[in-house]
Design a binder for this molecule. Structure first.
Ligand code: NAP
Length: 339
């Protein structure tokens, strides 16, 4: 077993301590029909063991991932090392009635085969379910020890403020954030810093696009071009906007140039940049194999020179301006689910 040197950070004032790299486990338990394709327990077991041996403690799932099979797979592969892990899972907003929160939490506990969930998040903002019912039940579950930290995900300023208004202590807000997706910097990140709420970030590599492994946008799998970075007429896209493909191409080209100047890879710079932002607790990345995991550990551990960080801000500023401050990268501002 290797020495545990990976940095750990506190999730706000919640008491939870997460490794700076978290493992996105959405692909766990996947079959050929699922978003990330087939993924068996051997692959998951190898990845989790390698991650833990290198100091990673945070594992991120949701009840919705592969219809519960991601939670089940994570529960199976953590057997014997559960107490070393911090597990974050999420409940869908439609399940957040008073009775629903308890029922769905119990179901996640069963699938994960554990007595407690370290961080239990409301996956997307509530629409229709009373906020007091959802967060009131979450507080009860916390008092009973079934969950240790209440969290949210994709909550903007209005929803976060309403949730805090129930008196619930919120430890973490999980948000989409990377060099190509900077919208949370406008309002959400400053509010979380002010209210001492940690931020965990998903898609720090924009599903691999920020590793620089695609020479052109047309090479990217259509599953991964549904966001507002890309034209709204691409397959399965819902945002209906023009996209910002020229700017994305420009940024990726500039990042390759900066990578050759600095000697770091594009992916490492992308991860190091997120990890260096004020207010970030944990950078959650999915990894297909141990090789990607190791590259990602190197990335989050890399301390970039201030001049490189500034250059990364400058390179991505025009794209940030073009995409605007709507933090929902799958929907237009008009239909944004994040407010
Ligand atoms: N709260 C939410 O609403 C929400 C939404 C989405 C995701 N999440 C969480 O965030 C996690 C991560 O997000 P994500 O998986 O969608 O995006 P991601 O981590 O940005 O992308 C994962 C993919 O990126 C590629 N990749 C990762 N490391 C790489 C490396 N070092 N070199 C080359 N390619 C690399 C792999 O692609 P290949 O398959 O091409 O090898 C991998 O499958 C999820 O598992 C989930 O836990 C949360």
């Amino acid at each position: 077993m290797e020495v545990d040197t990976l940095e750990k950070r506190h999730a706000g004032v919640s008491g939870a301590e997460l490794s700076i790299l978290g493992i996105g486990c959405w692909m766990f338990g996947g079959t050929s029909d699922d978003y990330w394709g087939s993924h068996d327990d051997n692959e998951a077991r190898n990845l989790v063991a390698a991650a833990m041996d290198r100091g990673v403690n945070y594992f991120d799932v949701a009840e919705v991932y592969n219809e519960g099979r991601s939670e089940e797979a994570l529960g199976r592969v953590l057997k014997g090392r559960r107490d070393e892990a911090v597990i974050g899972t999420k409940i869908l907003p439609d399940n957040c009635s008073k009775a629903g929160v308890r029922e769905h939490c119990e179901a996640s506990l069963r699938r994960l085969d554990t007595d407690y969930i370290d961080i239990y998040m409301v996956h997307w903002p509530l629409r229709g379910q009373p906020v007091e019912d959802a967060f009131g039940t979450l507080k009860e579950l916390k008092d009973e020890g079934k969950i240790r930290v209440i969290g949210v995900s994709n909550f903007g300023v209005k929803d976060l403020t309403e949730a805090l208004g129930t008196g619930a202590e919120i430890g973490i807000n999980q948000m989409h954030y990377n060099l190509l997706s900077r919208a949370i910097e406008a309002e959400i990140l400053p509010l979380c810093i002010e209210r001492k709420i940690g931020i965990s970030t998903y898609m720090p590599l924009l599903q691999g696009i920020l590793t620089g492994k695609y020479a052109t946008i047309d090479e990217i799998h259509p599953n991964r071009t549904r966001t507002r970075h890309f034209r709204g007429d691409r397959p399965d896209s819902r945002h209906g906007e023009a996209g910002a493909e020229m700017e994305v191409d420009q940024v990726l080209g500039d990042l390759r140039t900066l990578a050759s100047e600095t000697g770091h890879s594009v992916g490492q710079m992308a991860l190091a940049w997120v990890a260096a932002r004020k207010g970030i607790t944990c950078v959650i990345a999915g990894a297909r194999n141990v090789e990607q995991l190791e590259a990602n550990i190197e990335g989050v551990s890399l301390k970039l020179d201030e001049s490189v960080l500034v250059r990364l801000d400058e390179i991505t500023e025009p794209l940030y301006k073009k995409l605007g401050t709507n933090p929902d990268y799958w929907q237009s501002l008009e239909n944004s689910r994040i407010r």
